[in-house]
Design a protein around this ligand. Structure first.
Ligand code: DLL
Length: 432
């Protein structure tokens, strides 16, 4: 099902003409209204942008620009026109503050309606929305889009997992939205409580806000008895719904009539061809409050401009493989947490609950992977844990090319999250 055939299935030429028109108008607006862009675009005449291949003439915007103009200095409209403010915390430094006009909220709801349509949501469905409500964009983002589509939204927010399960069971929730790690937490608590979650009416999940692998998807699908669809987004560009998966699940469709995507080499800034992994960059061409020019997301993925079997012609992005600032450099070797997750999820004896700890003993970086053993294996095969630990360690070492320590943890012993999981703890002091 497609929510907005007109916008989602345009020919490439028609879409490019629309994007260029919107981009020119947006550049004129931000140049006049946003001091940061008055400076950055001083040499640019919006009319110089005649096709998408001219995008390279435009400067990048980074998170540092948002920080420098904290909190509202990048807004392109006066506060009288702003009806919502969200923020995201990130790992370091100040909050990132984002704002919305009524029109921005409308567009956002539409992109979420497209997202939910992509996973087959229809009127009459009941959406159990367990993304956090508050400054995080997940809760309210899904909420407004769900209402626009006409599904009944349960504004659950995160936390109180047992109560979530009771409501899910008694209210007949058939769609779920939450982080992939929280979906697994729901499955886990259901098992503890003797609830057969796979037997509930739940049929599909809109999962995102953190990286997740194909094997994690399979785990979620089999434990919850649902189809799990990716939803991607970031506060700076809008929130959830920048892209979403359709029934074919071969990449996430980018809502390109609002956000122009590019992938670049994070070192040189050079634009990369389809299929090559690089840093994802977005230009927001319809937003009124916070329209960003070539915003560097730090997310690493590849793009695919081929039309999809579902009928949508929008460019698709691969699953996010990591972030440019997520990459750990351990003894000089680049390590992405997703590489470690990929190995762990391949072991039936393990639970997808893990934490990566990096520390520096004397001059040498130490990598530790803490992972939980599944309850059944732990009960039956306690004597074989050392063998399992060595197998896991050897397999990760062969993927990464560096040595590490694996710690097998008892079931239920690692901290759980209700929102985004904290997978990496880097204890190194780089100032020493
Ligand atoms: O996480 C928005 C969101 C809410 C997306 C609910 C999907 C569902 P932020 O808190 O600003 O916004 O965090 C944005 O989270 O740059 C990615 O690194 C990561 N991220 C978001 N979605 C995905 C995904 C929301 N599907 C940052 N896969 C982004 C991988 C994701 N990473």
């Amino acid at each position: 099902m497609i929510w907005d055939v007109r916008s989602e299935c345009m020919s490439a030429d028609e879409r490019e003409a629309l994007q260029v028109r919107r981009l020119q108008a947006m550049l004129g607006r931000v140049k006049a209204a946003v001091p940061c862009y008055t400076e950055l675009l001083a040499e640019v005449d919006p009319q110089d942008i005649q096709s998408l291949s001219d995008l390279g003439k435009l400067p990048f915007t980074t998170k540092d620009d948002l920080r420098e103009y904290y909190p509202y200095g990048m807004f392109a409209v006066p506060m009288e026109d702003v009806v919502r403010i969200h923020s995201s915390s990130g790992t370091t430094g100040k909050l990132t503050v984002v704002g919305y006009t009524p029109h921005d909220i409308q567009i956002w709801a539409e992109t979420i309606a497209r997202t939910l349509c992509g996973l087959g949501a229809v009127r009459g469905d009941i959406l159990h929305n367990a993304y956090g409500y508050g400054m995080f964009t997940g809760g309210l983002g899904l909420h407004y889009g769900g209402e626009l589509l006409g599904v009944a939204v349960l504004p659950m927010s995160g936390g109180n997992t047992k109560r979530q399960l009771t409501i899910m069971k008694e209210f007949g929730s058939n769609l779920l939205s939450c982080t992939p790690s929280y979906a697994l937490r729901l499955a886990e608590v259901a098992e503890e409580e003797g609830i057969d979650i796979a037997a509930l009416p739940l049929r599909a999940g809109s999962l995102g806000a953190e990286p997740w692998s194909e094997s994690m998807r399979q785990e979620i699908e089999s434990r919850l008895g649902i189809k799990a669809y990716n939803i991607y987004g970031l506060s700076e560009v809008m929130g959830p719904g920048v892209s979403f998966e359709c029934e074919f699940q071969e990449g996430s469709h980018i809502n390109e009539d609002h956000f122009i995507p590019e992938t670049i080499d994070p070192e040189t800034g050079e634009v990369l061809p389809d299929g090559e992994y690089g840093e994802l960059v977005f230009t927001c061409i319809t937003k009124e409050c916070l329209p960003l020019v070539r915003y560097r997301t730090r997310d690493i993925c590849s793009l695919n401009h081929q039309p999809c079997a579902c009928g949508r012609t929008t460019t698709r992005m691969s699953q996010v493989a990591g972030r440019t600032d997520d990459m750990l450099i351990i003894r000089g070797v680049n390590v992405f947490p997703s590489q470690i997750e990929q190995v762990l999820v391949g072991f039936d004896e393990l639970e997808p609950q893990y934490q990566i700890v990096v520390d520096r003993e004397k001059a040498l970086d130490e990598l530790e992977v803490h992972v939980e053993v599944s309850p059944s294996y732990f009960a039956d095969r306690v004597g074989e844990l050392e063998i399992l630990r060595d197998r896991v360690g050897n397999e990760i070492a062969s993927v990464l090319g560096i040595s590490l320590q694996v710690h097998l943890a008892e079931p239920q012993s690692l901290a759980r999250s209700e929102g985004k999981a904290q997978r990496v703890v880097d204890k190194r002091d780089f100032n020493k």
